[in-house]
Design a protein around this ligand. Structure first.
Ligand code: FAD
Ligand code: NAI
Length: 468
């Protein structure tokens, strides 16, 4: 039996990054993945494929709606979904192979098969050919990720009642789609199809999109998504979904109760959150405990209740984000090597890749109010920015929240062009506990979208934006 210093179960961004860092630190490392390709949800059916389709559909949308204004005239424009999906598959394939290359480069042994604990130091791997192999682990990192939540009443059939996994493979443009949940997946994948002409109706339990994110950003994005043709049924709950060969029928009603409504659509996409995935992992054999939501319980070292067994990423508490999983992977590897790493969970940025994009770091106004922290607000709209007018991307704004007395930046929220990238300035400055005045006094290149950050910081620090 092969025995390793560290065995990582799951090869998503949490697992593969943990494995690389362990190997870099001199540990003999193995990674177990039940699928044939490495990279987990993120690379195979999450971040990468969804962004590939978001980019393709945005190109189509621009060509269809905005090129004319730029003086570019096209005829015979139409989406070719088969090619779009093929390009997406190629991107995924190259990215997954990249991870395989990194495993080999770092001399990490890859085991393909379903891993499960035999005991706290032994893991069995059930392979596709029916064989089973056991390996020994001095330390184990559980990085088994998450799966979509699919309540029984929604009758998830993978054909017409689908989750993001199937939505990323649709190669014939649907005429209509109902999306349950106005969270990140609902809005990103809803945008992909709405941009190409699919009629999208979203049913959301809460009274707004993106619960938990800044309310002004959510309102601004709602306006743009409505312009794109998306319809929202807020404060509604779905009571039943049924699919057949060609369509799905969705029954829903007001949250407080009321008359039941029914919509028939080509597809129903369930996007109401994800659950930690530990099925068949044999947690009981190792004695590892999970909480009532199925998340593996960990302490501040990300160690489970069993010494030597750690857990990271979507399978533990916290934001279900690839970069959070990666940070935790590095954190555990360095902890195992005797180092003293640190993660500031308050400074994990969040991004929604709609157009305009939404991004955020730190606290929202609602959180600051709840915590009784006095703060001031500075806002700057993109429509006042030359760069945004040049590219016809004038929807959105940047909001900087700073402590009322110390001026320290407490939160930055943006909706607008390329804010997925622009947010990094705020993250970096907040890591160094900068003030809004520090942010405002930094020279920003002109003309760029980043000037909106400087202006919002000027507004926050002293209410003195230049271009407003
Ligand atoms: P995962 O990536 O889920 O990987 C877990 C791996 O473990 C899987 O490959 C699984 O097969 C394997 N596994 C599970 N059990 C076993 C077992 N017993 N034996 C062997 N292998 C096992 N996040 C972002 O930050 N940015 C985005 O833009 C973004 N977009 C997303 C879009 C979509 C459509 C979805 C669904 C998610 C998106 N996410 C995004 C979330 C992101 O994908 C996850 O947060 C991230 O993948 C979590 O990483 P992980 O390593 O914890 O788990
Ligand atoms: P989510 O938690 O973002 O949104 C779920 C939405 O569904 C919420 O608005 C919620 O109020 C609503 N909802 C819940 N139950 C409902 C019901 N029964 N009926 C109607 N509405 C209901 O979850 P989502 O969109 O499924 O994404 C899952 C995870 O994947 C997220 O936690 C996110 O972190 C991650 N992700 C991240 C992305 C990014 O970083 N850009 C992109 C896509 C996913």
């Amino acid at each position: 039996m092969n025995t390793y210093d560290v065995v990582v179960i799951g090869s998503g961004p949490g697992g593969y990054v943990a494995a690389i860092r362990c190997a870099q630190l001199g540990m003999k490392t193995a990674i177990i993945e039940k699928y044939n390709t490495l990279g987990g949800t993120c690379l195979n059916v999450g971040c990468i494929p969804s962004k590939a389709l978001l980019d393709s559909s945005e190109h189509y949308h621009n060509a269809d709606k905005n090129f004319k204004e730029h003086g570019i005239e096209l005829t015979g424009l139409k989406p070719n979904m088969v090619q779009m999906i093929k390009r997406k598959d190629d991107v995924v394939d190259q990215t997954c192979k990249g991870v395989e290359f990194l495993m080999k480069k770092n001399k990490i042994d890859i085991y393909t098969g379903h891993g499960s604990f035999v005991d706290s130091n032994k893991i069995s791997i059930a392979k596709a050919d029916g064989s089973v192999e056991e390996i020994g682990a001095k330390k184990t990192i559980i990085a088994t990720g998450s799966k979509p939540i699919t309540p029984a009443a929604m009758n998830y059939d993978k054909q017409r009642v689908i989750t993001s996994t199937e939505a990323l493979k649709i190669d014939k443009l649907p005429k209509s789609m109902v999306i349950i949940g106005a969270g990140v997946i609902g809005l990103e994948l809803g945008s992909v199809f709405a941009r190409m002409g699919t009629k999208i109706e979203v049913i959301e339990f809460q009274d707004r999109i993106l619960p938990g994110m800044d309310n002004d950003c959510a309102k601004e994005l709602t306006k743009t998504l409505k312009k794109l043709g998306m319809t929202f049924h807020f404060n509604h709950k779905v009571t039943e979904v049924k699919g057949n060969k060609t369509s799905a029928t969705i029954k829903f009603e007001a949250k407080e109760g009321g008359e039941s409504q029914e919509i028939k659509a080509d597809y129903c996409l369930i996007a109401i959150g994800r659950r930690p995935y530990t099925d068949g992992l044999g947690l009981d054999k190792a004695g590892v405990v999970a909480d009532d939501r199925g998340r593996i319980e960990v302490d501040h070292h990300l160690q489970t209740n069993v010494p030597g067994i750690y857990a990271i990423g979507d399978v533990v508490k916290g934001a279900m984000l690839a970069h959070k999983a990666e940070e935790e992977g590095v954190f555990v590897a360095e902890t195992l090597a005797g180092q003293k790493p640190h993660i500031d969970y308050n400074l994990i940025p969040g991004v929604v890749y709609t157009w305009p994009e939404v991004s955020a770091v730190g606290q929202t106004e609602e959180q600051l109010k709840e915590a009784g922290i006095p703060f001031k607000v500075g806002k700057f709209p993109f429509k006042a920015l030359g760069r945004a007018r040049a590219s016809m991307d004038t929807d959105g704004m940047v909001k900087v929240l700073a402590h009322k007395d110390s001026d320290e930046i407490l939160g930055v929220h943006m909706v607008g062009p390329r804010v997925a990238d622009v947010i990094m300035e705020a993250v970096a400055l907040m890591e160094f506990r900068a003030s809004a005045e520090d942010m405002a006094r930094i020279c920003h290149p002109h003309p760029t979208f980043t000037e909106a950050v400087k202006e919002a910081a000027l507004a926050a620090t002293d209410n003195r934006p230049i271009h407003l």
